[in-house]
Design a protein. Structure first.
Length: 571
């Protein structure tokens, strides 16, 4: 019999005896005083016995609790096994303007038998922001968590000339001051097109952690001109659509993602918050930045938490210029038919032949939360077929390539320095299409164009403000040849059109202020940016401007969806 049951039995017995004593006192009046005294003594004894039983029960409970951890297979309400599994830090929200952050140290491995982890908990602050909580919009389906991601923008932009770039800047062809009426008119508009919407799916299957990510904006090519008169019928555009799986030290990604050649803020993560594309509101970002979003596959090996090595095969494109205001080469007379057929002149079709994928390799080092450093390289292969020239019926095949050295460094608390540096021979497409990849010589052979891009800048946080400033530049080297009729062709030759840029430069700065935020309801931000751009052509005709310059101001109101995806997943 356990001590609690014994105590209750004694108590009941005592009450029975007491009632019996009272009844006996009623029938035998001459013994009333004696019975009352007996009842009083009995009640006192019961009280003392109860106190002793409570002491015994307390000692037994302490002994049981002390013996539980030592006994094999003992049960407990609170598991004493290892903490819940966490994964390498991954930023979770849509492609908002990311802020550098500390990288949490990896937890030491545990030798204890694992138990089922708890439900997803609030992750650490993404990109150095305030601590996040689980999103109230998350949908849990078994071992899978689905999280909507995105934000709603209303952007007002003013441009000093009518450059025709819509919300983004046409870096390569904003007008010279002698071009009328474009250089004499300004632009002002409101636009919601930079708004983004999508979802993230997190889960695990047989030890493989997987993330599916989708993201869209509204900068797609419209099939109607009815955008300003009666209806802002802006078209959704696919930005990102990929799945990433990881088990142990190995990771694999397939789908449309930011190119591996795009600078990272942290590791080799494909998530938007871990990619550097600046803090600016310009949807074409900053000149000199190497980036694209395109289909491909990627293999990543993590030898440690501080090193990641990746190899990607991404969508190729034999590019002769013309995209996003970029300069276009001059083809020899016999090969003018290459444009849009064998070489992409921004005809917006995917019919251009390509020999191989673009091969990109990158290694990233993150020795601490204050330092990210990476080295990347790219190999490209070009091939054309001579249809009308001196080598008719023959091929011309050439390999191109390039490399970059990038980093971001927290030199003092809340101040981070950015440096991205890229040089290529045939890799101009990756500088936002501002440089052609190659020229065609008069004999039908390929000659790659040397090009380079640079970004240097800072990002600083102070209370509710994020301040940023960058200098960006793109340089395209001259590559010319003499055609069979004696004229010059290629890029940057004497007499070339002033659209063939030698250099494009930009200085920009701005701020991002958090007006209000709540883990359950989201956040509201005000973002401002000023941008000054300058471009210089290779050839300046007599009595024409030697350069073109351009000013832009952005003011944006942004509402961001609440919460973030889980960093701890069910097993």
């Amino acid at each position: 019999m356990v001590p609690g049951q014994l105590w209750r039995t004694v108590r009941v017995a005592g009450l029975i005896v007491a009632f019996a004593g009272i009844s006996l006192a009623q029938t035998e009046s001459d013994d009333v005083a004696q019975l009352k005294a007996q009842v009083a003594r009995l009640e006192k004894q019961i009280e003392l016995l109860s106190q002793k039983l409570e002491q015994v029960a307390g000692m037994a409970s302490q002994q049981t609790a002390a013996a539980a951890p030592a006994s094999e297979g003992a049960q407990s309400n609170e598991p004493a096994s290892p903490p819940a599994r966490t994964y390498p830090p991954k930023s979770l929200t849509a492609s908002t303007t990311p802020v550098p952050a500390a990288i949490p140290a990896a937890a030491p491995p545990s030798t204890t038998v694992p138990v089922t982890p708890p439900l997803p908990r609030a992750p650490a602050a993404p990109q150095g922001g305030p601590a996040a909580t689980a999103s109230p919009l998350q949908l849990r389906l078994g071992n899978v968590t689905i999280t909507p991601v995105g934000f709603m923008d209303l952007t007002g932009d003013w441009k000093s000339e009518n450059a025709g770039g819509s919300l983004g800047t046409n870096f390569g062809n904003f007008p010279y001051n002698n071009v009328v009426p474009q250089s004499k008119l300004t632009e002002w508009r409101f636009s919601p097109q930079n708004s983004r919407i999508g979802f993230r799916v997190d889960g695990e299957w047989k030890g493989w952690r997987f993330i599916g990510y989708n993201e869209m904006d509204f900068l797609g090519t419209s099939g109607t001109n009815n955008l300003s008169v009666t209806n802002g019928a802006f078209v959704p555009r696919l930005r990102l659509y990929w799945v990433d799986t990881q088990k142990g030290k190995f990771e694999f990604l397939a789908g449309q993602s930011w190119s591996l050649l795009t600078p990272n803020r942290k590791g080799l993560s494909p998530l938007p918050g871990d990619i550097f594309y600046s803090q600016v509101m310009d949807v074409n970002y900053i000149i000199g930045l190497t980036w694209t979003r395109q289909p491909g596959v990627r293999f990543v090996y993590h030898p440690s938490t501080k090193v990641a090595m990746g190899l990607a095969m991404e969508n190729p494109d034999q590019y002769m210029g013309g995209s996003a205001g970029g300069s276009t080469i001059t083809l020899p007379a016999l090969y003018s038919g290459f444009a849009g057929v064998q070489l992409d002149n921004s005809s917006n079709v995917q019919t251009i032949p390509n020999l191989t994928p673009d091969f990109i390799a990158k290694i990233a080092f993150d020795p601490s939360s204050r330092v990210h450093f990476e080295v990347a390289g790219i190999e490209r292969n070009f091939k054309v077929y001579d249809t009308a020239g001196p080598r008719v019926g023959l091929y011309s095949t050439v390999a191109g390539g390039g490399g970059s050295v990038n980093g971001n460094f927290e030199v003092v608390k809340n101040l981070r320095i950015i440096s991205n540096n890229y040089y290529s021979d045939g890799g101009g497409r990756y500088i936002f299409g501002q440089a052609p990849d190659l020229i065609i010589r008069p004999d039908g052979t390929i000659s790659p164009i040397h090009s380079a891009g640079f970004n240097e800048g800072f990002e600083a946080t102070a209370g509710k403000f994020l301040f940023f400033g960058y200098y960006g530049a793109a340089y395209i080297r001259r590559n010319t040849a003499i055609d069979t009729n004696g004229t010059l062709v290629g890029y940057g030759y004497r007499g070339a059109p002033n659209s063939q840029n030698k250099s494009i430069q930009e200085v920009t700065f701005g701020y991002n202020e958090t007006l209000w935020k709540n883990p359950a309801y989201g956040a509201i931000n005000i973002i401002g940016q000023y941008e000054y751009a300058l471009r210089n052509p290779w050839y300046i005709a007599p009595n024409t401007p030697k350069n073109a310059h351009f000013n832009t101001v952005y003011v944006d109101v942004r509402y961001t969806l609440p919460g973030s995806a889980p960093t701890v997943l069910p097993k």
